[in-house]
Design a binder for this molecule. Sequence first.
Ligand SMILES: NC(=O)c1ccc[n+]([C@@H]2O[C@H](COP(=O)([O-])OP(=O)(O)OC[C@H]3O[C@@H](n4cnc5c(N)ncnc54)[C@H](OP(=O)(O)O)[C@@H]3O)[C@@H](O)[C@H]2O)c1
Length: 303
Amino acid sequence: MEKVNKILLLGSSGQIGSNLKKKLKLITKKVKILSKRELNLENLNSIKKVLDKIQPNLIINAAGYTKVDEAEKKKDKCFKINTLSTNEIAKWCYKNDCFLVHYSTVYIFDGKKKKPWKEGDKKKPKNFYGKTKLKGEVKIIKSKCNYLILRLNWIYNNHGENFPKKIIKKIKENKKIFLVNNQIGTPNHAGFISDISINIIKKVIIDKKNPKILNVSARGKANYYDFAKKIYEKLKNKYRDCSLTSINSEDYKKISSNKKTAERPLNSLLDITKLENFLKLKMPYWDDVLEKRINAIIKKYTK
Ligand SMILES: NC(=O)c1ccc[n+]([C@@H]2O[C@H](COP(=O)([O-])OP(=O)(O)OC[C@H]3O[C@@H](n4cnc5c(N)ncnc54)[C@H](OP(=O)(O)O)[C@@H]3O)[C@@H](O)[C@H]2O)c1
């Protein structure tokens, strides 16, 4: 890949994709955006045809089937989007000398390790979504295309369905909120992750050094109770009757109307040593990133 002259972004309406779209448009005119209507990844036969027409030499694939609970029921759809379409894209990239940047997840691990997950740790997904994402990664590697897989953990955003929005809604209703305390991860703002992604991609292209697989996350750890508490701290003066209670995932299942069907790993922390060494910089802590972004999110959902 000597020169990037056409970038194709997939999944541009999603949490990561919408932020990438904004940023890419600011730095280059060479971006082509395809919506699901223009390229539905479930139509596997259409992928090659569409890519042949566009002829990108960098594809950023931020598309995916991300409904972790629904995936347990809609298995065919999830497998098609997360595994089979990834395979088609990767095969096309190999044949056409196109660099593929693809997003994956910490859910490819079983969560049983006590420390953060390193890129090379043993993979053993606990749920169907994780299985299809892992198979997608394997397809990419087997295709022998030039790839970069960026693994993410807990993403939140300013819009769409997201954790801060759900919490703010409950706080406004002065509800008693129960939050799981035995699943840990790092809450990462989609805008922050998109900025880091672009830095990584630029560096791979300019320095011609490709780490191939990278965990991408801020520093630090939290459970859902910690995450919600940070949000509530900003609102507690206005909504005093709300209360936050921390419970474990088993008890949560018993009392929650939101019946989660997929199992989730207890430990979703990503080891970011490789990322920090590659970028030669230290990542900020997740709560410092949240501090910078939360006011905009609160403003939007408390209007
Ligand atoms: N969210 C997280 O916490 C998290 C954690 C780890 C890894 N990841 C990974 O990061 C990537 C981006 O995640 P995200 O949170 O930004 O996802 P998201 O908000 O759910 O967005 C998914 C994107 O994929 C598109 N898409 C879904 N089905 C499609 C289809 N059949 N054809 C074409 N496009 C389709 C969606 O388009 P429509 O809006 O039109 O449906 C949307 O643009 C995914 O690969 C995900 O597995 C996410």
